[in-house]
Design a protein around this ligand. Structure first.
Ligand code: ZN
Length: 301
């Protein structure tokens, strides 16, 4: 773009833009939808799934999507949003193997048949379990009857640590156990962005049902790893719509984990744990997830 500077000289603004500002990012949130389950918190009559974040990192022409949503309908909306960006989707990256972050690949690829779907080898192992017929029937189809894509695509192995986007690097960082095994985040050093998947939560109750006090130390270490990257923005896999993608959510996630472990040690039953955590966190999205966490840590109570 040509414009005049204060001295009246014409200059080209594009030439002055630093290379590092070439990438942009935006987050699409798939809003909460009902999930059918009998295991409801006291007083609740239904459960909803937490809002899910998908991040589009784009250059001038191409883009990379990080994580999809669950149902065909959610993913159709996500696909429309990507199409509206006008970018050419080259790659879909899954941060971790939970179905609620990769079941949409078939739908997204209908509009972008050349988009590669990639994840680390360890993430693929979790994906294979999540997409196996017995698990899909027993878990996902029960919660979302008639809404799960009949074609669930497993990622190809990301052989390099880096995904290239118009000459910039998006780096896959292994995080180990966070809310499930073998998770990762995607780090974009040139713009200080970390797309955290489910290692960080933003004002939504954490899924602690797959961890124990020991593996939650691994989770804290994973959050230390994210902090060591000194990000300017961190996108959580589950965030309250409209919440800022501030790096503060990393410390907030650590605090929630520590509060949960301390409260779990000082309570007898799932109900006590649930109610005491709600005193500390009265406003986080989706207390039903806290109920599941409490039941997992105190089964049969
Ligand atoms: Zn998730």
């Amino acid at each position: 773009m040509l414009e005049r500077d204060p001295k009246g000289n014409i200059r080209d603004r594009l030439e002055e833009e630093p290379m590092t500002n070439r990438l942009q990012w935006d987050v699409f949130i798939s809003s909460q939808i009902p999930a059918i389950t009998n295991d409801l918190p006291p007083g609740a009559s239904e459960m909803k799934w937490s809002p899910i974040s998908s991040t589009l990192i784009s250059g001038k022409r191409d883009a990379v999507l990080v994580d999809t949503a669950i149902t065909v309908e959610q993913n159709q909306k996500l696909a429309e949003w990507i199409a509206a960006s006008g970018k050419n989707l080259t790659t879909i990256y899954a941060t971790h193997g939970h179905g609620d972050h990769f079941f949409g690949v078939n739908t997204i690829r209908k509009g972008f048949p050349n988009a590669q779907f990639v994840a680390t080898r360890e993430v693929i192992a979790v994906m294979q379990k999540q997409a196996s017929a017995p698990f899909v029937s027993a878990y996902w189809k029960v919660r979302f009857p008639g809404q799960i894509d009949s074609t669930l695509i497993i990622a190809d192995e990301l052989k390099e640590v880096v995904i290239e986007l118009e000459g910039e690097q998006l780096v896959s960082v292994p995080l180990g156990h966070t809310d499930t095994d073998s998770t990762t985040c995607l780090h974009v050093p040139s713009i200080g962005l970390v797309v955290a998947g489910d290692s960080a939560y933003n004002d939504v109750h954490l899924h602690l049902g797959e961890s124990n006090a020991e593996t939650r130390k691994d989770w804290i270490a994973a959050l230390d790893t994210i902090e060591s990257l000194k990000p300017a923005a961190v996108v959580a896999g589950h965030k309250r719509p409209g919440a800022a993608d501030t790096p503060n959510i990393v410390e907030e996630t650590k605090k929630y984990i520590r509060d949960f472990d301390r409260t779990a040690a000082n309570t007898q039953t799932a109900l006590e744990l649930y109610l005491q955590m709600l005193v500390l966190y009265p406003d986080r999205v989706n207390p039903a997830v806290l109920w599941n966490s409490a039941r997992a840590v105190k089964p049969g109570s």
